[in-house]
Structure formats: C-alpha cells, structure tokens
Ligand binder design. Structure first.
Ligand SMILES: NC(=O)C1=CN([C@@H]2O[C@H](COP(=O)(O)OP(=O)(O)OC[C@H]3O[C@@H](n4cnc5c(N)ncnc54)[C@H](OP(=O)(O)O)[C@@H]3O)[C@@H](O)[C@H]2O)C=CC1
Ligand SMILES: CC(=O)[C@@H](O)[C@H](O)COP(=O)(O)O
Ligand SMILES: [Mn+2]
Length: 398
C-alpha cells in the first residue's frame, strides 16, 4: 500500500490541490495551519466536517475552497447562509463527503475524519487513485485488506499521518524490500501510566482526555488512555507496512520524542525523533516525496532530558492485548473490535459506563465477529458489534 520505497524523484513545486476531510478536528485544523505556510505549493480546494458548521464556515471564508460539505444535513441551510456570496459551493450528507474524496481536480486527500465514519471516503479516495494523507487509522483497522486491494488496483499512494507510522515510513523510504525484522511502535503510556489499577474505576472523562504530550480529539485521547490507540496502531502498521503481528512490538516511551523504530535484518535500527507536534507528520505527508523548509519547533538536545523506555503493563491496559487478538484472528475481528471500542468510548465520555468497562464492552463486541470479506459484510459486523456494545447494560457500573 505504501509508495515505492526506493528514493523517489522530487515532485517539485507544482501546486497540489488538497481536500481536507475532517477539517474542523485536531488534525484538520493543523493541516490548514501547515497549508497556510505554503500558499504557492498547496491549495485547499475542499473541506468537509461532521456537525460543526460554524467552524467550517469560518474556515471556508478564510481558505476559500471550491467546495465545502457538512455531513449532518440538518446544517445545510445554515452553512449555505453563512457562505452566501463567497462563491464556495456548499453541500451536505455523507455521500457528498465521499464524492469530495473522488473530485477530479483533487490531488491529495487528507483523511482526518474520526472513526469508522472515515472508511467510505478514505476508500473512495484510494479507489480514485489519489495521494491519501491518512490520519483516519480506523479505516485500516476496519477494512485494511480492502484498502490495500483498492490501492493496488488504482495506484493510490497512502502516506501515513499518524506520528508513529510517519516515523516508520520515514525510516523505511530508501530501504530494500525484505530488510525489516521488527517495527517498534512507541507509546506514551497515556495519562494513567503510573496510576494504580485499583483507582481506574474512578477515572473521569476529563482525566482521560488530558493526554500528557499531545492535544488531540476526545476519542483518540481516550484511546490513548486505555492504550487501545496503540492496539489500533498495531493493526494500522500491519496494513501499511505488510508485516505480521509478531513483527510489531510496542514499547512505552513517556516522553514521545522517539516516534517509532525500525529494526532491520542486519541488526541495525533507525528511529525518527522530534518534539511531539503533529504538524510535522502532516507536512511530511503533504510534501512527500519532497521536504519543505518550515519553522516547526526543533529538539534542543541539551534540554531533552532522559529518554526512557519500559514494557507495557498488559494487566492494567488490556485493550492492547485485545487488539493483538483481533489482528491474529483476522477477518472481521478488527472491525468488531473497532466498532465496540467506538461505542464504549462514547458511553464512557457521556458518563454511562466506567473507564474499566471499555475493555469489557470491547470483548462483548469482539464476540460478534463472523466471516466477512466484502465492505457490506464488514459494515454489517460493525453494526452488530455496535449494538452489542450499546446493549451491554449489565456491564454498566457507573
Ligand atoms: N489528533 C491527533 O493528533 C491525531 C489523530 N489521529 C487520527 O486522526 C483522526 C482524526 O482525529 P482528531 O483530529 O483528533 O479527531 P477530532 O475529533 O478532533 O476531529 C474529527 C473530525 O472528523 C469530523 N467528522 C466526524 N464525523 C464525520 C463524518 N461522518 N463526516 C465528515 N466529517 C466527520 C469532525 O467534524 P465535526 O467536529 O464538525 O463534527 C472533525 O472535523 C482519527 O482517526 C485519529 O485517530 C492520528 C494521529 C494523531
Ligand atoms: C500523535 C499521535 O500519533 C497519537 O496517536 C499518539 O500516538 C497518542 O499517544 P499514545 O502513544 O499515548 O497513544
Ligand atoms: Mn499515533
């Protein structure tokens, strides 16, 4: 699924037309910040968001794309009114979001919708042969095999935005096929790395979204707190880099400076390092295969302090093991895992269940996995796992 990893020819300065799907979110907003640094190289031609129409309208007035789409059709009128006279074409609905990903004039699609909702537009962009700057890891978790097959058919290039996968990608470009022994994904350990397990029942949503190193959307922040984020990233790495589960390891690195490590068959390892700042991997993806000078913060090696590494505590963070189980089970198990996790996180954020219920609800959802090879089959499993995780009232202890 990756681009050819031989050192590629530079693309040069021809402007790239960019569609940002999920523009009002953490990755979307930072993508617009990066694009603003390169007005001659990047033109934002399309924006899409879920419900936050005022933020979307403000972005559209500033960036002046050709198209904006709001997925929630209830906001179409308000968005149209807000953009009257600007010349920006306004549409609504999930089909319209998907159509943006296929627009003929779009070169690069930034897939930054959160959750399985991002799957259809991501798949559409891949099927249309776009360069896809992929933040939406859930699309690979749910349907990695389908995305991989679509990329092989269309020639789409998928460049990871997720910081660990961007790190691995940067380490791998220029390396020969068959040279990878292991991929080592670093994990911050989240806000509860040192918190005693017997207090986990009392964890509040506010505590869970307070990531120590990164400012991110609520869902991925809770995933980091349960370490399900690392589980999703293990599955994401399997599809991006064509390795099997036994070749992917996770190590806790609380400083989030070493973004991940590739170990090669000759015993040499490469790591990619830098301050925790998503604008860098976003820019790497938008510029690939070039590199553009930018004023993002640099590491001060004299002040970085100790960089430490430790094993994952699998007892306190069972979600990572559940994700490995799903990856090894294959088929629709990762889709069921992801769907149940989305429901569990949403229920935790509304105070409906406790933090410790999240892995339990995921296990309930995982049990709904059944043979499914097509997109419709995977989406049926997704729906069944969501129902199971939503209906699991008996587990509710909050
Ligand atoms: N934030 C980060 O630093 C990182 C994020 N990622 C991944 O990137 C993705 C986005 O994360 P993040 O930016 O934090 O999430 P946010 O919650 O901050 O943003 C999510 C975005 O998706 C939009 N959205 C939700 N549903 C739909 C839909 N059906 N159609 C169109 N747009 C929709 C939201 O719109 P609205 O708010 O208007 O409803 C919003 O723009 C996730 O998959 C995450 O795992 C990966 C690495 C790092
Ligand atoms: C910034 C990014 O890529 C996140 O996915 C980050 O990795 C989350 O941190 P954790 O390592 O705590 O999951
Ligand atoms: Mn990550």
């Amino acid at each position: 699924m990756l681009p050819d990893l031989r050192p590629p020819a530079p693309r040069g300065d021809a402007p790239r037309s960019v569609a940002v799907l999920g523009s009002t979110g953490s990755i979307g907003v930072q993508t617009l910040e990066v694009a603003a640094l390169f007005p001659d190289r990047l033109r934002i031609t399309a924006l899409a968001a879920g419900t936050r129409w005022q933020e979307l309208a403000e972005q559209a007035r500033r960036v002046r794309p050709d198209h904006v789409v709001i997925a929630d059709e209830a906001h179409l009128g308000a968005l149209r009114d807000a953009l009257a006279g600007t010349g920006v074409e306004v549409a609504a609905g999930t089909d319209a979001v998907r159509e943006l990903a296929e627009e003929a004039e779009v070169d690069v699609v930034v897939a930054a919708i959160v959750g399985a909702a991002g799957l259809r537009p991501t798949l559409a962009a891949v099927e249309a042969g776009k360069t896809v700057a992929l933040a939406n890891k859930e699309s690979l978790v749910v349907a990695g095999a389908l995305v991989e097959a679509a990329a092989a058919r269309s020639g789409a290039v998928v460049v990871p935005v997720d910081s660990e996968h961007s790190a691995l990608f940067q380490c791998l470009v220029g390396e020969p096929a068959g040279s990878v022994e292991r991929l080592i994904l670093t994990a911050s350990g989240g806000p509860f790395r040192l918190r005693p397990a017997e207090t986990f029942d009392a964890i509040s949503p506010e505590e869970a979204v307070a990531h120590p190193n990164w400012s991110m959307g609520a869902k991925i922040s809770v995933d980091s707190a349960t370490m399900m984020n690392k589980g999703l990233e293990v599955i994401e790495a399997r599809w991006l880099f064509g390795v099997h589960a036994d070749q992917i390891e996770v190590v806790v690195h609380p400083q989030s400076v070493v973004h991940s490590v590739v170990e090669f068959v000759d015993g040499s390892s490469k790591a990619q390092v830098g301050p925790p700042d998503m604008r860098v991997p976003i820019q790497v993806a938008l510029a690939f295969p070039d590199r553009w000078a930018a004023p993002h913060p640099r590491l001060d090696w004299t002040r970085t302090g100790p960089l430490t590494f430790e094993p994952v505590d699998a007892d306190r963070f069972p979600c990572l093991g559940l994700a490995y189980d799903a990856l090894r089970a294959g088929g629709s198990a990762p889709a069921a895992l992801n769907a149940a996790n989305e429901v569990a996180v949403a229920r935790f954020l509304t105070g409906d269940v406790r933090f410790t219920d999240v892995p339990r609800l995921v296990e309930v959802g995982l049990a709904t996995a059944r043979p499914a090879g097509t997109l419709d089959g995977l989406l049926a499993v997704d729906a069944a796992a969501r129902r199971a995780a939503a209906d699991a009232r008996a587990l509710t202890t909050a």
